[in-house]
Design a protein around this ligand. Structure first.
Ligand SMILES: [Zn+2]
Length: 290
């Protein structure tokens, strides 16, 4: 029932909420943390490559990494978890990126591969290799995987499958639910019954959920506005969403990371106002921020 706020880009939380963790970009076009003047007094959630855009990889210094990570599935869009060598180089890329900040890394957010040539078994083998390299240096880091539309982890059924694998094989991997992406994928944002059904299925794997992503959508513009914008100001859907969230997560005395991925506001709301609205709605629902 507790939410651990994560500072996202330039967003400011309302008074009284002081995030102790900051989200830091860690995709293939980023430079090492030590070249970015990131504070030494804050914990870090590293958001790794998410395979949505062309990458130029100019800042990857080692020529070895440059070669093996250059596997594309789109024009120049990285093909995540392409093979074991890719996986090893991905792990080493991350260690290189966070050098001198190792102790501050609290979360590493990873993303699933595209499903074309992968199944969960292949992914898990790759993941275990990645884990064993990364955890040698990043002792405090939890590794969490986020859903991506059209990728291996997209819908509630995919979450259910991965959660069962985590339980059976006892791999150390937590789940992040990006709610807007999940509800878009399930076509549940316009339909009360579908919304209820998707949300209720989360109960089956909530024990592996460690974090939420929330943001709004304005027309086709993603990561814009608040939850009211996401549901086109439909009070029934908005209330349904929050009451389901409370039913799933409030009865557990557990902590979840909260990442408001709001990149822009809407008409007469700034992005900070959108964050205030979401925080207020979560508080009204019964969540407490720590
Ligand atoms: Zn997200």
């Amino acid at each position: 029932m507790y939410l651990i706020p994560i500072k996202y880009h330039g967003l400011n939380y309302p008074k009284g909420i002081h995030p102790k963790i900051i989200e830091v970009a860690g995709h293939f076009d980023t430079v090492p943390l030590k070249d970015r003047k990131i504070s030494k007094n804050i914990k870090i959630s590293l958001h790794t490559e998410y395979s949505a855009k062309d990458r130029h990889m100019k800042s990857i210094r080692s020529s070895v990494l440059k070669t093996s990570l250059r596997k594309w599935w789109g024009k120049q869009v990285p093909d995540l978890w392409a093979n074991i060598q890719w996986t090893k180089d991905f792990a080493n890329f991350i260690l290189d990126l966070v050098k001198e900040y190792e102790e501050q890394i609290e979360i590493i957010e990873i993303h699933p591969p595209i499903p074309r040539k992968y199944n969960w078994n292949t992914f898990i083998i790759n993941y275990q290799t990645f884990y064993s390299i990364v955890k040698q240096k990043l002792l405090n880091a939890q590794i969490l995987i986020e859903n991506r539309n059209g990728f291996l982890l997209s819908g509630v059924c995919d979450f259910q499958i991965l959660s069962s694998i985590i339980d059976k094989s006892k791999i150390d991997l937590g789940l992040i639910i990006d709610f807007p992406q999940l509800l878009n994928y399930e076509k549940a944002k316009d339909c009360e019954n579908k919304l209820n059904s998707v949300m209720q299925q989360i109960n089956n794997f909530k024990h592996n959920v460690k974090a939420f992503h929330l943001w709004g959508q304005v027309g086709r513009r993603s990561h814009a506005g608040d939850i009211n914008d996401y549901f086109n100001n439909d009070e029934i859907l908005i209330n349904n969403f929050y009451s389901n969230l409370a039913n799933i997560f409030l009865n557990k005395n557990q902590k979840y990371y909260f990442i408001p991925e709001i990149n822009s506001g809407n008409e007469n709301k700034t992005k900070n106002q959108c964050l205030y609205n979401i925080v207020q709605q979560l508080k009204n629902t019964g969540f407490k921020f720590i």
